[in-house]
Ligand binder design. Structure first.
Ligand SMILES: [Zn+2]
Length: 429
């Protein structure tokens, strides 16, 4: 599904439903709008349940000020109008009160975005607007003034956040990524201090290009088609379970010795379909498709480890909090964690962009999961389901460890009992 083919009313309905289901707004809070080429503004209505919004609820405010629709426009329409007047380049706006960003707004701070590589690129510069009464012209002026300075995302003091974009989907990705950074920073703060990336480290990410040469696949096997289906199913599931965001998360599956399938770059994870997934064969990419930036890391892991059949890397928020923190992700807390994850290795930031062998060497039959510093958690498996299960177990374990720190008195399983688990459950040969 490509949103540029979708009517403004349906775009508003689809993305508001996603924000509501993802837990980023309440039934009554939040609103979004589209400023189309004709100058009309399409906006979500006032007083309609966000969980059941559809096409017919959306309101069109025409260039001449007349209103078309069955409902009244959102009470926060004045600031949408003020932003579009200040920034004609913006075509979509998302506003809501997701709890992590509200936490930042009520301590009057901006969330850090240089904690994972893609976020500062997606979020842009973050501005700040002083408090004013909701729905008032004064609030509209404060926000529009901040957007006029070139910011694309604004923390609204003691209120929430508003993000603009060159399309509604672009504004949504900015909003979701900013919320993710806020959640991640709060989780990592519970672990102690967290590490922010330097501009040189961020440049490594921005300069990564996957210039694999193209090839034309001949006959597509049913095995390949089955894996395309499975990858689509798991990537959508990962998104629904909040183990991935729209803009981050990679899945690959080995098709045969020198061939694997991998998710594409720059494609909303919830919208990935079977034809978007990229076939890689002998370091060549399927014609016309761009694989994830992680393609060379996955390629190297498949070459070095014949037993590995699938790789999943993602920024699951609790596991990723450990990746930006110096605190050890100690899997020796419950048997399920240790049996599935073993001891997790941590690879310093950088090799994922220029030394894929370094990551591959950190992986073995004894170490199937690695944390990539300030980036993600990478899980391997002898099937896609096993790799995905490891990602889920890692995220559950990380959440328990973070929450247990607040309770105090965290106790690990003794070395003697870990040896018993290894003898009973794990082949350590
Ligand atoms: Zn609001």
């Amino acid at each position: 599904m490509q949103l540029e083919y979708i009517h403004p009313k349906e775009q508003l309905s689809l993305l508001m439903k996603r924000i509501y289901r993802y837990g980023m707004t309440t039934t009554s809070g939040g609103n979004m709008s589209i400023h189309d080429e004709s100058g009309d503004i399409w906006i979500t209505p006032a007083g309609v349940d966000k969980g059941s919004l559809d096409w017919d609820h959306m309101v069109r405010i025409k260039n001449d000020g007349s209103i078309k629709g069955q409902s009244k426009p959102s009470s926060e329409y004045p600031f949408h109008k003020a932003i579009y007047a200040a920034r004609p380049d913006l075509r979509g706006i998302v506003h809501a009160h997701p709890s992590a960003l509200v936490s930042f707004s009520i301590v009057r701070k901006k969330p850090p975005v240089k904690i994972i590589p893609q976020a500062s690129d997606i979020c842009g510069r973050i501005g700040y607007a002083p408090y004013a009464l909701p729905g008032s012209d004064a609030l509209g002026k404060n926000i529009a003034d901040a957007f006029r300075q070139g910011y694309d995302a604004i923390i609204m003091e003691n209120h929430g956040v508003v993000c603009g974009g060159k399309s509604l989907l672009d504004a949504f990705h900015r909003f979701e990524t900013l919320d993710f950074c806020a959640r991640l920073a709060i989780k990592a703060t519970m672990l102690g201090e967290y590490n922010e990336l330097t501009d040189d480290q961020l440049a490594l990410f921005n300069n990564t290009k996957n210039y694999l040469i193209e090839f034309d696949p001949l006959n597509r096997s049913n095995r390949e088609k089955a894996y395309r289906h499975h990858i689509r199913e798991i990537v959508h599931r990962a998104y629904e379970q909040q183990l991935m965001t729209s803009t981050e998360g990679v899945i690959s599956v080995r098709v045969d010795r020198d061939t694997f399938l991998i998710t594409p770059t720059n494609k909303d994870r919830r919208l990935i379909d079977v034809q978007d997934i990229v076939l890689i064969s002998e370091r060549k990419r399927e014609r016309g498709k761009l694989p994830s930036r992680a393609v060379l890391v996955h390629d190297r892991i498949y070459r070095d480890h014949p037993h590995i059949q699938a790789i999943v890397s993602a920024q699951a928020p609790n596991a990723t909090a450990f990746s930006i923190s110096q605190t050890l992700f100690d899997t020796r807390s419950i048997p399920e964690s240790y049996i599935l994850l073993r001891d997790i290795a941590k690879v310093p930031y950088g090799p994922q962009f220029n030394d894929e062998g370094r990551i591959s060497r950190a992986i073995s039959k004894e170490i199937p999961v690695v944390l990539l510093e300030n980036d993600a958690i990478l899980a391997t498996g002898e099937s896609l389901l096993q790799a995905y299960d490891r990602l889920e177990v890692a995220e559950f374990s990380a959440r328990s460890l973070i929450d247990a720190r607040l309770l105090g008195g965290l106790a690990a399983i003794s070395d003697k009992d870990i040896e018993k688990i290894k003898r009973h459950f794990l082949d350590t040969k």
